[in-house]
Write a protein that binds this ligand. Structure first.
Ligand code: CA
Length: 225
């Protein structure tokens, strides 16, 4: 998950970068709306979310939001600003922001709002996902490998769906934890490793190559054979 931070206060920027990285997000920083626009054009589809300050040197942050929406860029925006007036919030949301957080903010709450938005924008558009001989029917919630039906518990399903939506991408434990489990889980928990183990036992077929690889020190990856 790649987050663009458009913010001119370097103290806030470094706090956000540090905190988001610890949660497994990739971050890019822009110090002005103009810089933000350039970064958005560079990142294109790779960008998952924008955190947008409004009070920026040069153009107001809202101009970047307006530009994005008028160019049909649908990446979610969270406005992160000191402007706490109701009319500012209404203006920001009406301009196409997905959420509005005022400074000072609690980082935990910001993280929860980011997760909520990413969940909402990650709804399935296809009815089936397939990688190699592994197939997921998203409507009936049934998986097959090499024609063999696989019964999965809800968490195993969510975990496999996450891997299938990010083929070949290394997913960190904290990324997996935040996408598949409730936020109340202790980040030091080994629940991810345990469930990857369950999943491997179910989707591995003797004689066929394993699909889920462990990437030492980084996480796990689903790779097509
Ligand atoms: Ca500012």
């Amino acid at each position: 998950m790649h987050v663009l931070i458009v913010e001119d206060d370097t103290r806030i920027t470094s706090f956000l970068v540090k905190g988001l990285r610890a949660e497994g997000y990739v971050t890019t920083v822009a110090g002005s709306a103009e810089d933000g626009r350039r970064r958005m054009m560079e990142l294109e589809e790779d960008l998952d979310l924008v955190l947008l300050d409004l009070g920026l040197p040069g153009e107001d942050g809202s101009e970047l939001l307006r530009w994005s929406r008028s160019h049909n860029v649908s990446v979610p925006f969270i406005i992160l600003t000191a402007r706490a007036e109701v009319r500012d919030k209404v203006k920001g949301l009406d301009a196409g922001a997905n959420d509005y957080v005022t400074k000072p903010f609690a980082f935990e709450e910001l993280l929860a709002r980011i997760r909520a938005i990413l969940r909402a924008s990650d709804q399935p558009t296809a009815t089936e996902l397939a990688i190699g001989d592994l197939r997921l029917d998203l409507l009936s919630k049934v998986a097959w490998r090499a024609g063999r039906r696989i019964e999965l518990a809800p968490r195993e399903w969510a975990l496999l769906e996450l891997f299938m939506r990010h083929p070949t991408q290394v997913l960190s434990r904290s990324q997996i934890l935040s996408r598949v489990w409730d936020y109340s889980f202790d980040p030091g928990s080994n629940v991810v490793d345990v469930y990857v183990g369950y999943l491997r036992r179910k989707i591995n077929v003797p004689g066929l190559p394993p699909l889920i690889q462990t990437v030492r020190g980084a996480g796990y990856r689903l790779a097509p054979p």
